[in-house]
Design a protein. Structure first.
Length: 82
């Protein structure tokens, strides 16, 4: 019950798990897009296969970096007030 209360009171965040799920969904989407382009005879499938997962990774690294920065700043604030 404490875990649920922590989530409801925003003491714990859902975002790390949500970001991981969205990242893997983005990877799957980019791979599916590359496959779709390949099956329809479009030459750009190789670019989608290479740059799709790479771009997805870069975007989500930015999100995770912002989230981790927030976590670290909260830890610093807690240590300064203690």
């Amino acid at each position: 019950m404490k875990n649920l209360t922590d989530y409801l009171l925003f003491k714990k965040f859902i975002m790390p798990v949500a970001l991981q799920l969205l990242f893997w969904a983005g990877i799957a989407g980019s791979l599916y897009g590359a496959w779709w382009l390949l099956t329809h005879g479009n030459w750009a499938w190789i670019m989608a296969l290479i740059f799709g997962p790479l771009l997805t990774r870069l975007i989500f690294e930015g999100f995770i970096l912002r989230y981790q920065t927030y976590i670290r700043l909260t830890e610093i604030k807690e240590k300064l007030t203690a």
